[in-house]
Write a protein that binds this ligand. Sequence first.
Ligand SMILES: Cc1cc2nc3c(=O)[nH]c(=O)nc-3n(C[C@H](O)[C@H](O)[C@H](O)COP(=O)(O)OP(=O)(O)OC[C@H]3O[C@@H](n4cnc5c(N)ncnc54)[C@H](O)[C@@H]3O)c2cc1C
Ligand code: FES
Length: 280
Amino acid sequence: MHNPYLPYPVRIESVVTESEDRNQKTFRFVFVNPEDEARFKYMPGQFAELSIPGLGEIPIGIASSPTEKGFIMFTVNKVGKVSTHLHNMQAGDIMGVRGPLGNSYPWEILEGKNVVIISGGFAFTTLRSSIVYMLDPANRGKFGKIDVVYGARMPGLLLYRDELATWEQRDDINMHITVDGTSDPNWKYNVGFVPAVTKQKAPSAENAYALICGPPIMIKFTLPVLTELGFAPDRIISSLEMRMKCGIGICGRCNIGTEYVCKDGPVFTLEQLAQLPSEY
Ligand SMILES: Cc1cc2nc3c(=O)[nH]c(=O)nc-3n(C[C@H](O)[C@H](O)[C@H](O)COP(=O)(O)OP(=O)(O)OC[C@H]3O[C@@H](n4cnc5c(N)ncnc54)[C@H](O)[C@@H]3O)c2cc1C
Ligand code: FES
């Protein structure tokens, strides 16, 4: 049996600087041992611990989709010790990935439903995974309408800009890209905060689930909009980012009440979160 504390060795295949402020980079990893890729079975919403020998591990949402074969992908915001070290690494370097960890979005429940995705800033990572997963030709027929409201402070801070432009062209996904403000005369999408754009586009709550990830302030002001649109608390799904260590429900670092965010989450419905002490 694979030791859950032991990272799989991976080689950095490519590094893409996502944002104009250079604080977010996307890393594509290839497993050094092909049999490890077969073991690393994941679904959108899960995360992994990125492991730098001698320095530490950080929990990061998996940004690739299981429908994308041959690599796994993570987008990392540079904030501290491990993420800064990672930002200084290059294609060809070897490091570790431990996982996949945590639960995923509830894909069996989402099948046959309309899906509304709402996100802001660099929390879009596991939702990028979800979009790629649902748009895969083998999966697109399993889901109804897909609406996406995704915003950033300015155009240069949006992640995955080439993919956003491609999805904009498709008629089987409704993209509502927005920025808080811009002086770019060629900007052709929305201008406005995510809650306001959600209210304006008013995606229907009928037979729908909303997946929402982003800065707490964005979530705070978007939840009343979703409620007004008719989304019940058990149909609003979010992902929590707590400080973690083991990632497998043993060390007790990440618990909220009786729930371990690393094992029982990080994905929870609003209904589930309402039952927990407000420590997050
Ligand atoms: C399930 C999950 C998924 C995540 N997905 C992503 C992702 O896709 N991309 C991404 O960039 N980040 C993600 N994070 C956050 C990421 O884990 C932290 O930014 C990272 O651990 C920071 O490590 P560091 O060593 O660089 O910083 P440190 O040196 O440990 O800390 C630097 C600063 O960041 C703060 N910090 C550290 N960890 C966290 C945390 N978990 N939450 C909030 N603040 C923190 C510290 O308080 C300190 O101010 C996720 C976290 C969780 C739990
Ligand atoms: S991180 Fe150890 S129990 Fe969750």
